[in-house]
Design a protein around this ligand. Structure first.
Ligand code: SF4
Length: 265
């Protein structure tokens, strides 16, 4: 585990336009992410903390809830993506509650929101999600292999805990989906791993799976290479494109279980 430096900062805006499919605005209560995933390309996109170990610094936007309230008072604007370049339920959320605060505000103003996380902490907010027709929640699980997960997502909850979180939200009638991403060539794209992923999702009661392949941007690619090498895992092919076989396997596995499969991009 990396030693975490927490910086309390003030933001001048709470949301920004989003170019991600299906999202109109992005809300990120934190900058940086203590889940420290080796494949994360948020640093390539945000240019945050270059030179520091990824996951070692997290900025906490202490006034984001008040700023979001002001923005919503002026009018809401389509679908708000909560956690587009950071995990909104990374461990520090348990202390600061900014994600919960932003979601409460969005719900209060009748906005639509889409949350994506790989943390079981999201189940804390089931009470917020129930009865809110404009919310969807995605749980991201790339690979059911615990050894791979420990290596490449060292500070995120293990896949088993995430499947339990999915199951808890299904039981609570939350609109929830599995984000099967990022699928990394040579790491998580074998037939066996893909089928196990979909089987576990079905066991958790999931009816919708979105998938995406890994985007080997320069900083992320270099970090992942180092990480895999350190753990004695395969190195070849990680920067290749995920082949059509991956999509075919996912499609077949989902069809067998009557699960809807969507491509993220
Ligand atoms: S949880 Fe998401 S944002 Fe956080 S380090 Fe992992 S991939 Fe990046």
């Amino acid at each position: 585990m990396i030693c975490l430096e927490v910086r309390l900062v003030r933001c001048s805006t709470a949301s920004a336009p989003s170019r991600l499919p299906g999202l109109d605005r992005a809300v990120n209560p934190y900058r940086g992410c203590a889940h420290s995933c080796a494949y994360c390309y948020a640093q390539d996109v945000t240019r945050f903390a270059i030179g520091d170990a990824w996951g070692s610094i997290v900025e906490v936007k202490v006034n984001i809830v008040q700023m979001l309230k002001k923005e919503l008072e002026r009018g809401k604007d389509g679908v708000y993506g909560v956690g587009t370049v950071t995990d909104p339920y990374q461990p520090i959320e348990a202390k600061h509650g900014l994600t919960r605060g932003c979601l409460s505000m969005l719900k209060r103003y009748g906005a639509q929101a889409s949350v994506l996380t790989k943390s079981s902490l999201v189940t804390r907010d089931i009470d917020l999600f129930t009865g809110w027709s404009g919310i969807e929640v995605g749980l991201s699980i790339a690979c059911v292999d615990e050894r791979v997960s420990r290596a490449v997502e060292p500070d995120a909850p293990p896949p088993k805990a995430r499947f339990e979180a999915l199951s808890a939200m299904v039981d609570a009638d939350v609109d929830v989906y599995l984000m099967a991403a990022p699928i990394i060539p040579g790491i998580s794209d074998s037939r066996h791993l893909l089928e196990s992923l979909i089987e576990s999702a079905a066991d958790a009661g999931v009816r919708r799976v979105m998938w995406d392949s890994w985007n080997p941007k320069p900083i992320a690619a270099s970090r992942l290479r180092d990480c895999l090498e350190d753990h004695g895992l395969v190195l070849d092919g990680i920067e290749a494109k995920v082949g059509p076989q991956t999509q075919a396997t996912l499609r077949e596995s989902c069809k067998e279980r009557d699960i809807q499969l969507i491509s993220a991009f």
